[in-house]
Design a protein around this ligand. Structure first.
Ligand code: NAD
Length: 504
C-alpha cells in the first residue's frame, strides 16, 4: 500500500527549522532516513552542525523578550490556533510519523496524532494558569508574593520512538510558560518535529520561538547542551546518553530535566481477571513494537495462574498481524531500524541458553524479509538476575516470571535500576492499594498498562530520570520561581537592623 507523504518534496528547502523557516544543514555530513519496512532510503538531508545550532539558539534568544513578555492570554490564543492547524494537518502528520518510524498507521492516527492535539489544547488552557502559590504578610512588616517566570532558551533532545509526541511534550510546556526552544529530534526521525514547528509558525507563533536542529547526538546534540545561551536542557532518551548529557549540562549550572529508560513490571495476582491481564500484557508489550519507555516488559505472575497466563499470552501474540505500516489492518510494524532490530534479536539470542522462548524469537520471512521486523516474543523460565530481565530491550519482547507471595511480587517489581512505570492486576482493593504505595515508579496503573492523559504527569524514579512531562507539573521544569518582598513599614530604621546596629 503506497503512502502519500513525500519528504523530498516537503523538505526540499532543508531539514532544519530556524527562525520560522526550513533551511539546509551545514555540517557537511549527510543522513539517510530509511523506511524500516522496506529498507529503502526515503530522504537524505544534511545534518545540523555547530553553526546551525548557534543560529537556532540566536533566533530563540532574540525571540525570548517578546514571547516571554506576551500575556498568558496571548500565548494561550496562539496555542489554541496551533491546535487548530495541527488538526487540519493530522493526516500528513500521521503519514510522516509512520513512514519514518515504521509505526502502524492505525497507531499514528489513533494515538500519536490525537495525543499531540490534546496536549496542544491542554497547554493552550494551562498557559493561563501559571500560578505562584502564595501572597501574604508573613513577617508582619512585608508583603510577599511569588512570581513564576520563564527561564530563557530551552535546548531539548528527543528520541526516535514517538518523535511527534516527544516534540509536543518538550515544546508545548516550554513555550506555554514563555520560553523559546531549540529541539533536536533523533537524526533518524526528523519529519514530524519539522512539521510541528511549521504548524506553529502557520498558527502565528512568532519566528524563533520554536526551532528544530536535525543533527547527530555527538555533534549538534552536544553543542546544544553546552551552548552558553541555553538556560535549560531537557532530555528524553536512554539512561546511558542521559548520564552523559547530565555531565555536559553541569557547566553553567543550567536547569536539567531527564526522562530516561524504563523496564516496567506487570504484576498479576491470582485473583485478577486473567483474560483482562492477558490482553493487557500483549497490548502493553507490543504497542509501538515495544519501543515504548513504559511498555510492559517484566510480567510477574502468581504461581496458580502462571501456566495459563504463559499459554494464553503466547496464543494471543500469535494472532497479531505483522505487516506494512500503511495497511490499516497491520497491528505490528517493523522496529525503527535494522540495527535496532538486530540489537533486540541479540538480547533474545543470548537468553536462549538459560530460558525458554515460548513464542517468537525470530524475524518473519517472505515479503517482510527486507524490513526491520521481529516477531512478538515471549520468554519464560528466566532468572531475575539475567540480562533479559534487567536491561531495557525496547522491542516486542515480554518475559514472564512466577511469584508466590505479595511481598515477593513487590520486591521483584522494584528489583530494577529503572522506575518509570508499572502495573498491578487484581480485584482486591487492598492489594491494589499496596501496589500503588510500594512500587517505586513514576506511574502505577491498576488493571491497565500504557494509557496516558495530558492532565497527569509523566516521569520517572531512579535511573528513569527526574522531572515531569505533560500536566501542570511540567511547569515546574520550565519556569523558575521568584520571591518578591515589599516593605510595608516605610521606616528608615527597621526593627531587624538591631542585629547590626545594636541599640544605636
Ligand atoms: P538515545 O539516548 O540513543 O538518543 C536520544 C537522543 O539523544 C537522540 O536525539 C540522540 O541523537 C541524542 N544523543 C545521543 N548522544 C548524544 C550526546 N552525546 N549528546 C547529546 N545528545 C545525544 O535514545 P533513543 O535510542 O533515541 O530512544 C530510546 C530511549 O529513549 C529508550 O531508552 C527509552 O526508554 C527512552 N525514552 C524515554 C522516555 C521517557 O519519557 N522516559 C520516552 C521515550 C523514550
Amino acid at each position: 500500500m503506497s503512502n502519500r507523504f513525500q519528504p523530498q518534496d516537503r523538505f526540499a528547502a532543508g531539514a532544519q527549522y530556524i527562525d520560522g523557516g526550513l533551511v539546509p544543514g551545514t555540517s557537511g555530513n549527510s543522513q539517510d532516513v530509511v523506511d524500516p519496512a522496506s529498507g529503502r532510503t526515503v530522504f537524505t538531508y544534511e545534518l545540523a552542525g555547530p553553526a546551525d545550532v548557534n543560529a537556532a539558539v540566536a533566533a530563540a534568544r532574540d525571540a525570548f523578550p517578546a514571547w516571554s513578555g506576551a500575556t498568558p492570554g496571548e500565548r494561550s490564543d496562539a496555542l489554541h490556533r496551533f491546535a487548530g492547524v495541527l488538526a487540519e494537518r493530522a493526516e500528513e502528520l500521521a503519514q510522516a510519523e509512520s513512514l519514518q518510524c515504521g509505526k502502524p498507521i492505525r497507531l499514528s492516527r489513533e494515538f500519536d496524532v490525537p495525543g499531540t492535539l490534546d496536549n496542544t489544547s491542554f497547554f493552550a488552557g494551562a498557559a493561563r494558569h501559571l500560578d505562584g502559590r502564595a501572597a501574604a504578610e508573613y513577617s508582619g512588616d512585608h508583603t510577599s508574593y511569588v512570581r513564576r517566570e520563564a527561564i530563557g532558551v530551552v535546548g531539548s533532545i528527543a528520541p526516535w520512538n514517538y518523535p511527534l509526541q516527544m516534540a509536543a511534550w518538550k515544546i508545548l510546556p516550554a513555550v506555554a510558560a514563555g520560553n523559546t526552544i531549540v529541539l533536536k529530534p533523533s537524526e533518524l526521525t526528523p519529519f514530524t518535529s519539522l512539521l510541528f514547528a511549521e504548524a506553529a509558525t502557520a498558527a502565528g507563533i512568532p519566528d524563533g520561538v520554536v526551532n528544530i536542529v536535525s543533527g547527530a547526538g555527538h555533534g549538534a546534540g552536544e553543542r546544544l547542551v553546552t551552548h552558553p545561551d541555553v538556560a535549560m536542557t531537557s532530555f528524553t532518551g536512554s539512561t546511558a546518553v542521559g548520564e552523559r548529557v547530565a555531565g555536559l549540562a553541569s557547566g553553567g549550572a543550567r536547569r536539567l530535566h531527564l526522562e530516561l529508560g524504563g523496564k516496567a513490571p506487570f504484576v498479576v495476582f491470582d485473583d485478577a481477571d486473567l483474560d483482562a491481564a492477558v490482553h493487557g500484557a500483549v497490548a502493553a508489550s507490543l504497542i509501538n513494537a515495544g519501543q515504548d519507555c513504559t511498555a510492559a516488559t517484566r510480567a510477574y505472575v502468581q504461581r496458580p495462574v502462571h501456566a495459563r497466563f504463559v499459554r494464553d499470552v503466547a496464543a494471543l501474540m500469535e494472532t497479531v498481524r505483522i505487516g506494512d505500516p500503511f495497511d490499516p489492518a497491520t497491528d505490528l510494524g517493523p522496529l525503527v531500524s535494522h540495527a535496532h532490530r538486530d540489537r533486540v534479536a541479540g538480547f533474545v539470542d543470548r537468553a536462549r541458553a538459560t530460558s525458554r522462548v515460548v513464542t517468537g524469537g525470530a524475524r518473519p520471512g517472505g515479503v517482510l524479509g527486507d524490513g526491520a521486523y521481529y516477531r512478538p516474543t515471549l520468554l519464560a523460565d528466566v532468572a531475575q538476575d539475567s540480562e533479559i530481565v534487567r536491561s531495557e530491550i525496547f522491542g516486542p519482547v515480554l518475559v514472564v516470571l512466577p511469584f508466590d507471595t505479595d511481598d515477593e511480587a513487590l520486591r521483584l517489581a522494584n528489583d530494577s535500576p529503572y522506575g518509570l512505570a508499572a502495573s498491578a492486576w487484581t480485584r482486591d482493593t487492598y492489594r491494589a492499594q499496596r501496589a500503588t504505595r510500594d512500587i517505586k515508579a513514576g506511574c502505577v496503573w491498576i488493571n491497565d498498562h500504557v494509557p496516558i492523559v495530558s492532565e497527569m504527569p509523566h516521569g520517572g524514579y531512579k535511573a528513569s530520570g527526574y522531572g515531569k512531562d505533560m500536566s501542570v507539573y511540567s511547569f515546574e521544569e520550565y519556569t523558575r520561581i521568584k520571591h518578591v518582598m515589599f516593605d510595608n513599614t516605610a521606616m528608615a530604621r527597621k526593627d531587624w537592623h538591631r542585629t547590626v546596629f545594636g541599640d544605636r
